[in-house]
Design a protein around this ligand. Structure first.
Ligand code: HEC
Ligand code: HEC
Length: 375
C-alpha cells in the first residue's frame, strides 16, 4: 500500500514537473518570515495560471448579462472588499452579507463568514458565479454561452492552453482553478506594521500607533485573543502548519441574530453556534469599512465602541467570554485606531500585478458594474 502511494506520489510529481517546465514558475512575493499558503496538489501555481485568473477575476462576461465580475464586489483599492454594507449583485439584487476583503485569502482554511465546510478556493468560486441565494452573477443555465464567449476571446485562446497545457479548454475545471491561483497571489505583507515588527524599521510606526499596538495586545482590550498571529485572525493555515486553526466567535452584535444570517448555527444546528462568525483578518482593515458580517458598523471608532460596551447586545448567552467590555480614554481609542491604520499595505492596494488587466472599452469591462468610488 505504502509503495503504491509512493509510486502515485512520484507520478504526480513528474506530471507537475512537466507542467512547470512548460510555463514559468510562480514566485511568491513573500519575505522569509512568511511561509506560503497551502496549495492543493491538483492545482499547482504558475505565472500563466495566475495571469489567467487575474483576467477572469475582472471579466464581467462570467455573469449572465455581462455586468458583474468578481471585482464588482472585490475592489483592489479597498483590499478587495467593496465599501457597501451588503453585497449588490446582478440586476441590483442585494444579499444579506458584507463582501470581505481578500488579502491573504489563500491562508484561510475556511472561507466565507460562517461556513465550516467551505474549504476550497476552487470550489468557492462557483458560488458567486452560479449561486442563486443571493443572486450575484446569475450564470446558472448560461454555462455554454459563457464558455463559448470566453473561447472566442483572443487573450483566452492563448492563455488557457498556456496555463493548462493538459486541459486547455475554458470550462469550470480550468476557470475555478485559475481564479483560485490568482486569489492565492493576493498577498499583503508590506504594511508599515510589518516593516516595524518584522523588518526592524523602528521609524515605520508613529508614536500613536506604537501605543495602540500595546493596547491591542493588552488584557484590558483582549483584541489579540481572536485577532491573533501574522494575519490578525485565529483562522490560519500555511504550507508549513500541520493543522489549520479555525475560530468562530459571537461578539454580541445582536440579542437575536436575524434568521437570514444566524451565524455558524445555520449549518451546524448547534445552539451554542448562534451568532458565531469567523474572525476576520485585520490586515488593511482601515480600507474595508463598513464592518462585520452584515456591514452594520460604519467605522473603526464605532467598532471599538461596540467592544468597549461588551457588544451591542451584551447579554447574548453565547457571547464569547473575551468580550467583557472596557473603559478607554479618547486618547487610547485614537491610538488603537492609529495601530489598526498601520496595517494598511499601500503596495498591496496599488500592486499592478493585481490590477484590472482589461482595456477600458473591452467587453470584459465595458458594461461592468462597480461600487461607488470614494470612501
Ligand atoms: C455581488 C457581490 C459579489 C460578487 C460578484 C463576488 N463576491 Fe465574493 N463575496 C461576496 C460576499 C457577500 C461574500 C461573503 C459570503 C458569505 O460569507 O457567505 C464573499 C466572499 C468571498 C470569498 C471568501 C472570502 C473570505 O474571507 O472567506 C471569496 C474567496 C470570494 N468571495 C471570491 C469571489 C470570486 C472569485 C468571485 C468571482 C467569481 C466573487 N467572489 C464574486 C460578494 C461577492
Ligand atoms: C472573541 C473574539 C474576538 C475579540 C476578543 C475581538 N474580536 Fe474583533 N472580531 C471577531 C469576530 C468573530 C468578528 C466578526 C463578527 C461578526 O461579523 O459578527 C470581528 C470583527 C472585527 C472587526 C471588523 C472586521 C471586518 O472586516 O468587518 C474589527 C475592526 C475588529 N473585530 C477589531 C477588534 C478589536 C479592535 C478588538 C479589541 C478591542 C477585537 N476586535 C476583539 C472576534 C473578536
Amino acid at each position: 500500500m505504502l509503495r503504491r502511494l509512493v509510486t502515485i506520489g512520484a507520478a504526480a510529481f513528474l506530471i507537475a514537473g512537466a507542467a512547470m517546465a512548460e510555463t514559468p514558475a510562480y514566485e511568491w512575493p513573500l519575505p522569509t518570515w512568511m511561509p506560503p499558503p497551502p496549495v492543493p496538489a491538483d492545482n499547482p501555481m504558475s505565472a500563466a495560471k495566475v495571469d489567467l485568473g487575474r483576467h477572469l477575476f475582472h471579466d464581467a462576461r462570467l455573469s449572465r448579462d455581462g455586468t458583474v465580475a468578481c471585482v464588482s464586489c472585490h475592489v483592489q483599492a479597498r483590499a478587495f472588499s467593496d465599501g457597501r454594507t451588503v453585497a449588490v449583485g446582478i440586476h441590483g439584487t442585494t444579499g444579506a452579507k458584507n463582501a470581505p476583503g481578500l488579502a491573504n485569502v489563500g491562508y484561510l482554511p475556511v472561507l466565507t463568514w460562517a461556513n465550516p465546510h467551505m474549504r476550497s478556493l476552487e470550489f468557492q468560486a462557483l458560488i458567486p458565479i452560479f449561486g442563486e441565494n443571493p443572486d450575484e452573477m446569475g450564470s446558472t443555465g448560461q454555462e455554454a454561452t459563457i464558455l463559448a464567449t470566453l473561447a472566442a476571446d483572443p487573450y483566452y485562446a492563448a492563455a488557457f492552453p498556456r496555463a493548462f497545457p493538459d486541459h486547455p479548454a475554458p470550462d469550470l475545471f480550468t476557470i475555478t482553478r485559475a481564479l483560485a491561483a490568482f486569489q492565492r497571489s493576493l498577498i499583503s505583507v508590506t504594511s508599515p506594521y510589518d516593516a516595524f515588527k518584522r523588518q526592524g524599521d523602528k521609524t515605520a510606526l508613529s508614536e500613536a500607533a506604537r501605543r495602540g499596538e500595546q493596547l491591542f495586545f493588552d488584557h484590558r482590550f483582549e483584541c489579540y485573543h481572536c485577532h491573533s498571529g501574522v494575519h490578525f485572525t485565529d483562522t490560519l493555515q500555511t504550507a508549513r502548519m500541520p493543522e489549520a486553526e479555525v475560530g468562530f466567535h459571537n461578539t454580541g452584535l445582536y440579542r437575536d441574530y436575524p434568521a437570514a444570517v444566524p451565524g455558524l448555527i445555520e449549518l451546524t444546528g448547534r445552539p451554542q453556534d448562534a451568532g458565531r462568525f469567523r474572525t476576520p483578518s485585520l490586515r488593511n482593515v482601515a480600507v474595508t469599512a463598513p464592518y462585520m458580517h452584515d456591514g452594520s458598523i460604519p467605522d473603526l471608532r464605532a467598532v471599538i465602541a461596540h467592544y468597549a460596551a461588551g457588544g451591542r447586545a451584551p447579554d447574548h448567552p453565547q457571547k464569547d467570554g473575551m468580550i467583557q467590555g472596557f473603559v478607554a480614554t479618547e486618547a487610547e481609542i485614537a491610538d488603537l485606531i492609529a495601530f489598526l491604520e498601520s496595517l494598511t499595505d499601500q503596495n498591496f492596494l496599488t500592486d499592478p500585478r493585481l490590477s484590472d488587466p482589461w482595456p477600458e472599452s473591452h467587453p470584459a469591462r465595458a458594461r461592468r458594474m462597480m461600487p461607488p468610488a470614494g470612501g
